[in-house]
Design a protein around this ligand. Structure first.
Ligand code: 3AM
Length: 195
């Protein structure tokens, strides 16, 4: 049996934005102390470009090579985190996320990463919607009557956390553990420097 790792490809917010997101999560926890939220831990905050799932380890060098090739074609860019959103909707959220106000560069990068992995952007599972996951909501809390969610969106819906410079794309391994996933960077791929 071949060895597999659970992989995904992401970009990370810089330290200043990570601290601000972490403060926002603390505010959400204090303002809406609902047991049904599983907030993302500080060290796991990232914006996923593509989830690869269980992948044969012998494919990792090729994935890294393809990410290098993609990153040679893209320059560093700015990403501004703004606004709370939810999947599948704000009334019965399963995932609570932080949006971006300038989606074009990160979407172009994600679509190139998706293509390099052999998928077609904008088709079903691969469709990219830029977001940074803040929390996951357990099923018993996904009630339409819950005023917790309307409170969250009316208080923090327009939150504006500032801009991060995206300088690299990271191939992560995700190990699922009872206390939450542990993410390890397997390779880092620099975008082209801005002059
Ligand atoms: O950063 P987000 O939350 O968008 O939701 C998981 C996370 O993305 C996603 O991969 C990222 C790192 O775990 N993910 C996990 N399992 C998934 C699956 N089966 C998945 N995405 C699609 N299909």
């Amino acid at each position: 049996m071949s060895l597999q790792k659970r992989l995904f490809i992401a970009v990370d917010p810089d330290l200043i934005i990570t601290n601000k997101i972490s403060d926002l999560i603390t505010n959400l926890k204090n303002g809406f102390p609902a047991k049904g939220f599983r907030f993302v831990s500080r060290q796991n905050l990232h914006l996923t470009l593509l989830f690869l799932g269980e992948t044969d380890v012998c494919l990792i060098p090729d994935i890294s090579k393809k990410l290098d090739a993609v990153c040679q074609k893209f320059s560093e860019f700015d990403l501004t985190f703004k606004g709370l959103g939810a999947f599948p909707n704000k009334r019965k959220p399963r995932v609570l996320w932080l949006g971006v106000s300038d989606p074009e560069p990160v979407t172009a990068l994600a679509n190139a990463v998706i293509r390099s992995a052999g998928s077609t952007p904008d088709s079903g599972k691969s469709r990219f919607s830029p977001h940074l996951t803040l929390a996951r909501v357990s099923d018993e809390w996904r009630k339409p009557s819950s005023d917790v969610f309307s409170g969250i969106f009316s208080t923090h819906g327009d939150v504006s956390l500032g801009t991060t410079r995206v300088r690299e794309v990271i191939l992560y391994q995700s190990v699922l553990q009872p206390g939450g996933p542990r993410y390890t960077a397997l390779s880092r791929h620099s975008l082209q420097k801005l002059c």
